[in-house]
Design a protein around this ligand. Structure first.
Ligand code: 8YV
Length: 316
């Protein structure tokens, strides 16, 4: 009998979806309409031994409580902040994620957003599309990147990959995270506030946790300042979004480039109306290659688990 898997969200990789069907008895929650989900789930929950979910969706404590036979939660993403790890540990449920395979793409998006904000790409695109160029309207010059300070909050794999890219653009890089990183000669700031004070661009690549929730508050935004830009490719929870909107409105913060938000997919209208923001819909790892590699790692973790082999990427 194939192990029963609750698939919370599909992978865009056809090969990954085919392998899931081949090896497991899949129950696709994502195929159910929101109105149907509760009834449908009651019918399958008892037999579910594995859950496949995403980094941003995770699994709620309520859903976990509905699955008495679940043994493993495989996260198709790196972030495990949306998984109730206290509950999984208490029940002896294994958890896996997909570190490593998405590092380059997420770092690429961070620099894409930083550059888009620095060179005001959305405004320039709008300028050409709306005929403002032909109409002879003026375009103000942007600010060069070379020599500017890129502060990185969270200096794990992704933070370090962002640092390499920022250095390639001639930026000076420094970072902050509680634990110093060995093997880097980049300066570590004394605090997030000190990092923001020194930075022209503050890039967030830290995991969401109770310790980092709203770490970027009104004081950090004020320290980044009117010429500063916030780039968030990590988690919306790191930022006090109301304080961010206030700072952007008052222009006490120059710009924000945001791929992640506090309550996805809902983006506050106040943020959408501002012209000093660049917005993308949580797409850091959304490339064909990376989503395939992530999905393959999920499948490989599930296969390892159900054949009694060690997990490839367990979450400690
Ligand atoms: C995706 C992410 O949103 O890796 C993460 O933690 O947030 C993203 O890569 C998602 O997990 C894709 O399945």
């Amino acid at each position: 009998m194939k192990p029963e898997v609750l698939v919370v969200a599909a992978s865009p990789s056809a090969s990954v979806m085919a392998q899931l069907e081949q090896h497991f008895h899949c129950h696709h929650l994502w195929q159910q309409s929101p109105e149907q989900q509760a009834d449908w789930l009651r019918g399958v929950a008892g037999a579910v031994r594995a859950v496949l979910t995403t980094g941003n969706l995770g699994i709620s404590a309520a859903l976990l409580a509905q699955l008495p036979a679940v043994e493993i939660v495989a996260v198709n993403g790196i972030g495990t902040d949306a998984v109730d790890l206290t509950a999984t540990r208490a029940r002896g449920i294994a958890v896996t994620n997909t570190p490593g395979v998405l590092t380059d793409d997420v770092a690429d998006l961070a620099l894409t957003m930083l550059l888009a904000a620095a060179r005001r790409l959305p405004a320039l695109d709008f300028y050409v599309r709306t005929g403002a160029w032909e109409a002879g309207k003026p375009v103000a010059p942007a600010r060069a990147l070379r020599g500017k300070v890129c502060g990185i909050f969270g200096f794990g794999r992704i933070g370090q990959a962002i640092a390499l890219r920022a250095q390639a653009f001639g930026m000076q890089v420094r970072y902050f995270q509680p634990r110093a990183i060995e093997g880097t000669n980049l300066p570590r700031a004394a605090s997030l506030l000190a990092l923001a004070e020194d930075s022209d661009y503050l890039v967030l690549s830290a995991p969401a946790s109770p310790a980092t929730r709203h770490a970027v508050d009104a004081a950090v935004l004020a320290a980044l300042g009117a010429q500063g830009t916030l780039v968030n490719i990590a988690r919306g929870a790191l930022v006090d979004e109301a304080a961010l909107i206030d700072a952007l409105r008052a222009r006490t913060l120059g710009m924000a480039a945001l791929d992640v938000f506090a309550d996805e997919p809902r983006v506050p209208a106040a943020l959408r109306e501002l012209d000093n923001v660049v917005l993308t819909p949580h797409v850091g790892s959304l490339t064909v290659e990376t989503r395939h590699a992530m999905g393959q790692l999920v499948v490989d973790n599930l296969l390892a688990y159900f054949s009694g082999r060690p997990l490839l990427t367990p979450v400690g």
